[in-house]
Design a protein around this ligand. Structure first.
Ligand code: XMP
Length: 509
């Protein structure tokens, strides 16, 4: 296991992700974690992350120097690199800022930079630099503006790099992390299959013989989490709430999926009328989210109370929380806290006196997918585009009505079908149709029409924080547009959205 001590860099979580990709389990802890606790975790190596502060500032984040004396290999990155230098008596000063791609020249062969070319592209982002190294520490590499771009104290197995090996712009960064793992002699036993078994065992020891209740959405996270818990116990009750804001055929598909996966206690609640009633007259986007979130909790809570009465042994609430949900800097959008309260039924566990079981809490999305794959969940379910908790309500701009939902559902279905047919579904992060709350004039046959406008949006992205509009082929767009206008009554125009995020968001509301 590799322990990452986090000093608050935006990309700390990426270090953990890369280490895991290299087959070694890795975890982040806050820099205040006491040295005894670090020792008791028995890491094979320690990485100190980057961070926004300066090591020489008053109250700057630091670690106990004892961490460097545990005999465990240490790699400092950016702030971590400066902090190790500072704690071991080297000099760190404010310097000219270096930001972006830089060429680094290797000055000395080392275990850390083994296999690198003489000159390598690295990614820098710092305003402080290590200028002089204490005896025992050797200079490994420099850039034109940063003399100490990497150093090593090989006998003590302490290393530092000023650049970020975890980001893609450091072209051979992954090799450096791989070399570090070799220095640590870290065991490469982190694989999807192994994780599945371990997570199910952990869930089992937490749950014991008690029952679990869990809300599922049909999305990947809750599906995989439920499958893990199901491996730990048969005593799991799933609740699916049809809020009437789902896509065409979606509710039925979810029901079928859980039936095929042999979940015995699957409770399907059709609450679509209640949701629509409560949404009447609501036009403001955040208000919509609030109404939907609260209604969801009301419906779920009622069902949970009923099940708890019937099955006295229900003591746990299962949740599909994944690692990025727990890391603030990795939250996917401004609405992330709402996403959380909606999807992960925030506040409910305490209110209902339930303990939580969250088997995926340490995993990234790609790991959740790989885990699902190793458990035999179909590719179609695993590769589904993200779909927001408030569903089509935030794609019907303005007031949500049954008529508008019906139109949107059909248009969305046609668009997604065409994307799949043309092989573009997997190439896009997310695709959707939205209904604009205005009507425009058109002509169909001999008749003048006055109907709604549908906007189509497809984006490429890696984390939903930023997104680019997908350059879909004209033939695909043409087919989607003509099929929508031909088959969906109430629509006479189709637009394709060519706005990036930022400044636009992926969703319309
Ligand atoms: P935006 O529209 O902010 O969306 O660019 C970024 C990602 O978050 C999803 N999203 C939501 N998911 N509840 C959710 O569960 C929400 O309220 C919500 N709002 C946006 C959106 O689909 C995209 O993947």
């Amino acid at each position: 296991m590799i322990l990452i001590i986090d000093f608050g860099s935006q990309v700390s979580h990426l270090i953990a992700r890369r280490i895991r990709q290299l087959g070694v389990y890795s975890e982040l802890v806050h820099w205040t974690e006491p040295v005894e606790s670090i020792k008791s975790m028995m890491p094979e190596g320690i990485i100190l992350s980057g961070g926004p502060r300066s090591v020489y500032e008053k109250d700057a984040p630091t670690i106990s120097p004892g961490v460097l004396k545990l005999g465990i290999p240490v790699l400092g990155i950016c702030y971590g690199h400066q902090l190790v230098a500072h704690l071991t008596g080297s000099r760190v000063v404010s310097s000219s800022k270096e930001y972006g791609r830089e060429m680094m020249s290797i000055k000395k062969p080392s275990q850390l930079l083994k296999g690198m070319k003489r000159k390598e592209q690295v990614w820098m982002s710092h305003g402080d630099s290590v200028t002089e190294l204490k005896p025992g520490f050797e200079l490994l590499a420099s850039t034109p503006d940063c003399k100490v771009a990497a150093y090593a104290n090989e006998p003590a197995k302490i290393f530092g790099v000023q650049f970020h090996p975890e980001v893609q712009h450091t072209l051979n960064g992954i090799r450096i992390l791989d070399n570090f793992l070799r220095i640590c002699k870290a065991k490469r036993n982190y694989s999807a299959k192994g994780i599945g078994t371990r997570l199910a065992e952990e869930a089992k020891s937490r749950i014991g013989s008690m029952g679990v209740i869990m809300a599922v959405s049909g999305g990947v996270d809750s599906l995989v989490a439920a499958t893990i818990i199901r491996k730990a116990t048969r005593n799991i009750h799933l609740v699916f709430v049809d809020n009437g804001l789902l896509r065409k055929n979606e509710a039925e598909q979810v029901r079928k999926t859980f039936h095929e996966l042999e979940f015995e206690n699957f409770h399907f609640i059709d609450a679509s009328e209640l949701f629509l009633k409560r949404l009447k007259g609501v036009v403001e986007p955040e208000q919509k989210r609030k109404v939907i979130g609260h209604t969801f909790i009301d419906v779920f809570e009622r069902k949970a109370a009923e099940l708890k009465k019937r099955h006295g042994d229900i003591e746990f609430l299962g949740q599909g929380t994944i690692y990025p949900d727990r890391i603030e800097s990795a939250q996917p959008s401004k609405t992330a806290s709402l996403i959380k309260t909606h999807h992960n039924v925030g506040g409910l566990p305490e209110k209902m006196k339930l303990k939580t079981v969250e088997p995926l809490r340490d995993l990234y999305k790609d790991e959740v997918r790989a885990l699902g794959r190793s458990m035999g969940i179909s590719e179609e379910l695993l590769e589904r585009h993200p779909f927001p908790g408030p569903g089509l309500a935030i794609r019907v701009i303005g007031e949500v009505t049954n008529e508008k939902l019906k139109i949107l559902r059909e248009a969305d279905f046609i668009f997604i079908e065409q994307l799949k047919k043309h092989g573009f579904y997997k190439k896009t992060w997310q695709a959707l149709a939205a209904l604009l709350p205005v009507k425009a004039v058109g002509v169909m046959g001999d008749e003048r029409t006055y109907s709604y406008i549908i906007a189509l949006r497809a984006v490429t992205s890696s984390d939903a924080m930023t997104a680019d509009w997908a350059k879909l082929p004209y033939t695909l767009l043409e087919r989607a547009s003509s099929d929508i206008v031909k088959n969906v009554k109430g629509v006479n125009r189709v637009l394709y959205d060519i706005t990036q995020k930022p400044p636009a968001t992926i969703e319309y509301e």
